[in-house]
Design a binder for this molecule. Structure first.
Ligand code: SF4
Length: 511
């Protein structure tokens, strides 16, 4: 993807279930987090549990990539960190900020200390709380809590702490049931307390992916299956909506529980389009195959006549399966005429405008482009600023005769309130071209022509909304597609969209 539409964090959890072994599972956390690095590069961290250590729970975290935080390039330091933080259970997190700043205090896990072991806990969180402001108000005004960081992880910590009030240790199932009755949004949580109890929970609508498995008596859970696959876990299981895994600190037994009554699901379709790793399988549906299907549909929708000067150019790396499938279907070559510079650091391109960012991030191979009719395959278009910049470069620097933009996603018409940084309606590209958002993703030819012209493309084709679920292999009512059809799966999402629409229309000139 060309745009800065950001990933939304990743979580992992690991527990040594063998009571005679007590291995140090902290050593697995950096390798697991590396597999989820694409979900967040701002910060990384872990909390471990060790009954033989004064600090029963111990948290290590900082800003930076997994390599930077765990100093994986410096063997002695990396090994010392893993030894200093050794434990039989651990949770880990990579962060991209959907709220809060880029500081180490905001890195996760978030640990809340208490002198009583079952009230002392740490959490890692993936998602976004849509009713954040009403929860914060309730905490501060009615319950006299204080917020330092003003981020949703802090809200969750306070709500969990509140759920642990009193003198009797509650069951973690009832604790998270109570939490689910207050929280609206997407929230996968990995939880560890100083009794050594672990809970891994998927939110009642299953918006973000989460899976688990056991290998050699090691329990492993992660946002994406690639973590378990690379660890050679057989029999990867996917959490159903509102399910949780509980591991008892005393017995180290694993129990799968339903903590919330879920009759629906709203899995984020964008996980298949862009966020998740191409090798991951989400709820039994492979990301790669969905992207291939998107490309085939784009080929079926093609209106241009193909000739020997036509070439498909997928934007690396997310659009590659769609681009290759599109090209195969139309019997034209799929070329790596845009090469991604993998070693451009995040900080190096920070602050640069999108045009410069695109130039630093991607190198064009002119010899593949000159005098060609280029079919540029993109996974999605959010703001379009960088799409425009890239199309211009394909023409001016690359010498392409024509550039036709093919988008393996429907037009994005609405913001996301569930943890993906899809900006306000005003910043989005598509809504600028129609008064009432089309819920089907199918736009009149006349509108498509105007949209194409505005990004210097010779033509534009989007994937229709109904093809998304078909391609993924899940029916529409099991997916969240709010940013492409405006239908939000939760009350807070609907409320925020109504407000956003009102604000957007009040800024638009009258006809
Ligand atoms: S609004 Fe879009 S990006 Fe956000 S959760 Fe729903 S489908 Fe995913």
């Amino acid at each position: 993807m060309l745009e800065d539409i950001h990933h939304n964090c990743g979580v992992v959890a690991v527990y040594d279930l063998d009571r005679d072994r007590n291995s140090n599972v902290a050593r697995h956390i950096p390798e697991f987090l590396l597999d989820l690095q694409h979900r967040g590069q701002l910060a990384a961290g872990m909390t471990t549990y060790n009954a033989g250590r004064n600090r029963l729970l111990y948290t290590f975290k900082d800003t930076g990539t997994v390599n930077e935080v765990f100093q994986l390039g410096q063997k002695i330091i990396a090994e010392k960190t893993v030894e200093d933080f050794s434990g039989i259970a651990a949770i880990g997190h990579v962060r991209y900020a959907t709220s809060g700043r880029d500081e180490s205090d905001y890195a996760q896990p978030f640990e809340t200390y208490h002198g009583r072991r079952w009230k002392w806990f740490s959490i890692g969180f993936n998602g976004n709380i849509a009713n954040f402001y009403s929860l914060r108000k309730k905490l501060m005004e009615k319950r006299s809590y204080h917020m330092i960081y003003n981020v949703d992880t802090e809200i969750l910590n306070h709500y969990i702490a509140y759920g642990l009030r009193g003198n009797t240790k509650p069951s973690l199932t009832s604790l998270f049931k109570e939490l689910s009755e207050s929280v609206d949004g997407a929230y996968n949580i990995v939880f560890l307390n100083a009794d050594g109890d672990m809970a891994v929970i998927r939110d009642p609508l299953a918006m973000r992916p989460l899976c688990y498995g056991v290998k050699d008596n090691l329990f492993i859970a992660a946002s994406e299956s690639i973590v378990l696959k690379n660890f050679e876990v057989d029999n990867i299981r996917f959490f159903k909506p509102g399910e949780m895994v509980l591991i008892d600190g005393k017995t180290r037994t694993v129990k799968l529980k339903k903590y919330a009554n879920s009759t629906l699901s709203a899995r984020c379709f964008f996980e298949w389009v862009y966020f998740s790793h191409v090798s991951s399988i989400l709820d039994e549906h492979p990301v790669y195959m969905a992207r291939v299907a998107f490309g085939k549909i784009l080929a079926e929708l093609e209106t241009e006549t193909m000739d020997s000067s036509c070439v498909a150019v997928p934007v690396p790396d997310t659009a590659k399966p769609a681009g290759d499938a599109y090209a195969f279907q139309l019997q034209i070559p799929s070329m790596e005429a845009i090469v991604r510079n993998r070693y451009v650091g995040r900080t190096f391109i920070e602050g640069a405008d999108r045009v410069k960012k695109a130039a630093r991030k991607y190198t064009l191979q002119e010899h593949m482009l000159r005098n060609k009719r280029v079919f540029l395959i993109e996974d999605s278009v959010v703001r379009s600023t960088t799409a425009r910049a890239l199309i211009q470069r394909l023409k001016t620097i690359g010498g392409a005769k024509e550039v036709h933009l093919r988008v393996a996603c429907p037009p994005i018409i609405a913001p996301c309130f569930y943890g993906i940084h899809i900006p306000s309606i005003t910043e989005l590209f598509a809504p600028k071209f129609f008064k009432f958002p089309p819920r089907t993703g199918i736009l009149p030819q006349k509108t498509l022509k105007i949209m194409a012209k505005s990004v210097d493309a010779d033509s534009l084709i989007y994937l229709p909304v109904n093809e998304v679920s078909e391609s993924i292999g899940l029916s529409q009512n099991l997916l969240c597609q709010a940013c492409i059809n405006g239908q939000y799966p939760t009350p807070a999402g609907r409320h925020l969209y109504e407000k956003a629409l009102k604000a957007y229309h009040s800024q638009q000139p009258e006809d």
